[in-house]
Design a protein around this ligand. Structure first.
Ligand code: HEC
Ligand code: HEC
Ligand code: HEC
Ligand code: HEC
Ligand code: HEC
Length: 499
């Protein structure tokens, strides 16, 4: 470079400048390439550092800080790409100049005090820049993790889940505690699938209703078990429910059931009862043919002595069609939060709590009927009230006055039930989201769903054993829809003991 040579004995900065010009024309030729190279060098060294930290945490099996990982894996790579783009633009600019004016000197001159000044400016700019990214991404991370964001940004789409969530035992548990859990990799996965979902909303191409079960939901071990310790012994739990017959008197009956929830930490050692499945010593896995995991054709129970394989009656023993899944909390508690209730159960609850008046003849039957017939809209209560009045006028004219006395509160209560459980915009009428925590059909008969997907006389081991359908194994039924139940005084204490 003639310029430098003409200055006589080269100084250290001259040498440095010469070196830059010769060695790094690509990286240091004009302000584009200069900015690009600062970005590439700072960002890649930061990434290396954070990646080292990530590996270190991985080796020590420590929970890494999701915020740090987010920067390392999501934000910084973006800036690395930006740096490389700047380098490419810088090179193109230089090429264009060279074609026009011949060989170009470096645009970035290094010399004495200006070098220090420039270095200082560059570092301050780089620092402010990274600080900006940091603060922005921290806020973005927290915002996109908030229940507010999950529940309300796509209001219509999330309305059914957000509504049922607000009215559930987990209403103070943030959506992300169950849907994402801790750690960066699940965060990133969730956000990537979130981007796809935003696209589906923008293009109006999402499924209605949203399919359940959620595929690739994080294993319960890493979400539910953060709060619910599986080795806690739950013992037995008495559940008493009132049901009402669809007759003139809305005849009240009582079902009292002692559930053997049990668990691993039983006094006698070993696991007993319903929570036997989630004891660390046991594993149950199953193969299902359908997306909903209802059609279970093979179940394998791991025991200390080996594995027991139960095959569904008529299933081909050599077939491998379907999907395997290891059973966890969600195979029973699939609706711990988004609990949708059928009209029969909802009306029973309202009658039991006195929110509906059980002295109004036929109220159980006709309430369920209008709930099933009237779709919710802006005037749900008015339309329910109209329908009820018409039914009583035509079919029970002698009971109309009793209804009219309470028609307003009745319609309001039914409207609330309807608005809580039915979301036509999302394709949710009564019953697409059913619970696995029991074994009844929608019509109240012993069915084939829930526990009975496996506990049926159709799942048989090589030794000829069934997966037990013995009522007493799961619960002690003290009363089953009894109109005149005497209460607990009428049952001996032994009914509460397991098996
Ligand atoms: C206590 C844990 C928990 C919390 C808290 C929670 N969910 Fe869920 N959510 C689940 C489970 C479990 C499923 C069903 C998964 C399955 O069956 O595979 C689910 C399913 C869903 C589905 C799929 C459709 C459906 O109903 O099955 C959506 C959408 C959803 N949740 C959104 C949310 C939103 C939004 C929030 C916060 C307002 C939230 N969830 C809070 C556990 C939770
Ligand atoms: C962030 C903590 C947290 C997480 C995560 C969590 N829960 Fe809970 N869970 C709670 C709290 C708090 C309650 C309410 C306890 C109460 O009111 O007595 C609860 C209650 C329950 C109950 C009893 C409900 C009832 O009707 O009384 C069940 C069952 C349950 N959770 C299952 C689950 C399952 C399954 C998951 C995973 C999908 C889960 N929980 C995730 C904190 C959590
Ligand atoms: C085989 C089915 C099944 C599995 C698997 C299962 N549960 Fe349960 N669980 C039940 C049933 C049934 C009940 C009692 C239901 C009720 O309260 O009405 C129950 C009750 C509970 C309760 C409430 C206990 C109480 O005393 O009120 C909690 C909390 C709970 N389960 C959490 C979990 C967690 C966490 C897991 C996973 C580690 C899990 N369950 C796995 C079936 C299951
Ligand atoms: C994916 C299949 C599957 C599902 C679903 C399932 N179980 Fe089981 N369960 C098994 C297998 C396998 C065994 C072990 C064989 C046996 O005891 O008959 C078992 C055993 C049990 C036992 C006996 C545990 C002991 O003390 O030996 C109880 C109680 C039980 N299950 C309750 C339930 C309840 C309640 C539900 C529904 C909420 C349920 N199970 C759902 C597969 C399943
Ligand atoms: C594999 C375990 C299991 C077996 C076997 C089983 N049940 Fe159940 N049963 C349950 C669970 C879980 C529930 C739901 C608990 C609840 O009410 O939340 C339940 C609830 C019930 C209820 C109460 C419904 C209500 O309205 O509250 C009745 C009645 C019942 N079972 C009858 C039977 C009969 C009869 C048998 C024998 C043919 C039987 N069950 C076998 C697990 C079982």
């Amino acid at each position: 470079m003639a310029e430098i040579e003409s200055r006589g004995t080269p100084t250290l900065t001259d040498k440095l400048q010469d070196w830059f010009n010769r060695r790094l024309p690509f990286f240091w030729h004009n302000w584009f390439s200069a900015a690009g190279s600062v970005l590439v060098v700072t960002v890649s060294s930061l990434m290396l550092l954070l990646f080292g930290l990530y590996i270190y945490n991985l080796i020590l099996a420590r929970e890494s800080n999701p915020y740090v990982d987010l920067i390392a894996f999501l934000i910084l790579p973006g800036f690395l790409v930006l740096g490389v783009l700047l380098l490419i633009i810088g090179r193109a600019v230089r090429r264009a100049r060279e074609r026009k004016y011949g060989p170009q000197p470096s645009a970035v001159q290094i010399g004495g005090a200006t070098l220090v000044r420039k270095a200082a400016v560059v570092s301050i700019v780089a620092f402010l820049f990274l600080l900006g990214i940091g603060l922005f991404s921290y806020e973005a991370y927290h915002f996109t993790d908030s229940t507010e964001f999950c529940a309300h940004v796509c209001h219509t789409v999330m309305a059914p889940e957000a509504t049922t969530y607000t009215d559930s035992p987990h209403t103070n548990v943030p959506c992300v505690s169950c849907h994402i859990g801790t750690g960066a990799s699940w965060y990133v996965r969730a956000k990537i699938s979130g981007i796809r979902q935003v696209f589906a909303v923008l293009t109006d191409s999402y499924s209605r209703p949203i399919p359940s079960p959620v595929e690739n939901l994080r294993p319960a071990r890493e979400t539910c078990e953060v709060c619910h310790w599986p080795t806690k012994f739950h013992g037995s739990k008495l559940v008493v429910r009132k049901h009402y017959e669809p007759d003139r008197d809305n005849t009240e009956t009582v079902t009292a059931n002692v559930l053997h929830v049990g668990g691993p930490d039983s006094p006698g050692g070993g696991a007993v009862g319903i929570h036997w499945h989630v004891d660390r010593a046991n594993q149950v896995r199953y193969r299902h043919l359908d997306r909903e995991r209802r059609d279970i054709v093979e179940v394998v129970q791991r025991t200390a002595a080996g594995e027991i394989r139960y095959l569904k009656d008529g299933a081909d023993p050599d077939s491998t069609v379907g999907t395997w899944r290891v059973m966890d909390c969600l195979d029973c508690h699939n609706r711990p939060t988004h609990v949708f209730v059928l009209p029969e159960a909802a009306v029973d609850m309202a009658l039991a709590n006195g929110r509906l008046d059980s002295s109004v003849p036929f109220l159980r039957r006709e309430s369920v009927r209008v709930l099933r017939e009237v779709p919710p809209d802006a005037d749900t209560a008015a339309r329910l009230s109209e329908s009820l009045r018409a039914i009583y006028q035509n079919e029970h004219p002698e009971d109309l006055p009793a209804l009219l006395a309470v028609i307003e509160s009745t319609a309001a209560e039914l409207a609330q039930i309807l608005d809580r459980n039915v979301f036509p915009d999302m394709g949710i009428t009564w019953g697409p989201y059913t619970s696995n925590l029991s074994h009844f059909d929608a019509d109240g008969e012993l069915g084939t769903g829930g526990c009975f997907r496996c506990h049926s006389d159709e799942h048989i081991s090589e030794a000829g054993d069934e997966i037990s359908q013995d009522c007493e194994k799961c619960h002690a039924l003290l009363a089953w829809q009894e109109p005149d139940w005497e209460g607990l005084a009428g049952v001996g204490a032994e009914a509460f003991l397991r098996r």
